[in-house]
Design a protein around this ligand. Structure first.
Ligand code: HEC
Ligand code: HEC
Ligand code: HEC
Ligand code: HEC
Length: 115
């Protein structure tokens, strides 16, 4: 391989890696600028964050219940018979979120179309 070809291979390899990381792995919304290791312990992205890590920034389940108490008169996603359900059962940090309540219920309106 010539020097130029080697350099080209290195550069395009780097761009591929960076492109793939951006598309698949950047967290969305308010978390997009957070270092990966804020949620993935030791930067190991195979390790899913625990609920305690989310609550370290977001306070308590009660705090969240207060924030969404007027979201929708039909239900409060953070206060129900499901108790303190793991955040990531509903919220995805990288992909589509999913309101697990509607696996059984048929709630409509605000909060049912999660991003
Ligand atoms: C706000 C917390 C948070 C941050 C910051 C974060 N992640 Fe994640 N990551 C998660 C959660 C939660 C999951 C579990 C799946 C999900 O929620 O989408 C996950 C899953 C993953 C996965 C598994 C594949 C998948 O999508 O299920 C990879 C790879 C990953 N994260 C890479 C990264 C990289 C790289 C960064 C930094 C650019 C990063 N994450 C930043 C919370 C975070
Ligand atoms: C380093 C602090 C930090 C961590 C860790 C963190 N968040 Fe956040 N999150 C924020 C901030 C700041 C906001 C924007 C202000 C707000 O809504 O509280 C936010 C906003 C959100 C929102 C509203 C949507 C949005 O993007 O603005 C959701 C949902 C959320 N976080 C869920 C989670 C979950 C689930 C986890 C754990 C996997 C998590 N957060 C971990 C700081 C954090
Ligand atoms: C049963 C599903 C579910 C679970 C579990 C859940 N949430 Fe939510 N959360 C929602 C819904 C629905 C909303 C309304 C906003 C939306 O549509 O994304 C919301 C909104 C939020 C918001 C934004 C509140 C605002 O003022 O707009 C934050 C922050 C948040 N959740 C954090 C968390 C954290 C942290 C956990 C875990 C401790 C958690 N949630 C668990 C469904 C859930
Ligand atoms: C596995 C199925 C299932 C899931 C998931 C589920 N529920 Fe329920 N929920 C039920 C059943 C069954 C009842 C009792 C129905 C009845 O007899 O009224 C109920 C009752 C309720 C009620 C009492 C009012 C009513 O509609 O009867 C509320 C409010 C409620 N659920 C909210 C939620 C919320 C919020 C979530 C998500 C955090 C959730 N549920 C998740 C099965 C489920």
């Amino acid at each position: 391989m010539t020097k130029a070809a080697l350099l080209l291979a290195m550069v395009s390899g780097f761009m591929l890696a960076a492109g793939a990381a951006n598309a698949a792995t950047l967290p969305k919304g308010s978390h997009k600028d957070l270092p990966c290791a804020t949620c993935h312990k030791g930067g190991d992205t195979t390790k899913k964050p625990t609920m305690d890590q989310c609550l370290a920034c977001h306070g308590s389940y009660n705090d969240l219940a207060k924030r969404t108490e007027k979201l929708n008169p039909q239900f409060n996603p953070h206060l129900s018979h499901k108790g303190q359900e793991d955040c990531t059962s509903c919220h995805s940090m990288h992909g589509e979120s999913h309101l697990i309540c509607n696996d059984c219920h048929a709630f409509t309106g605000p909060g049912t179309q999660m991003k």
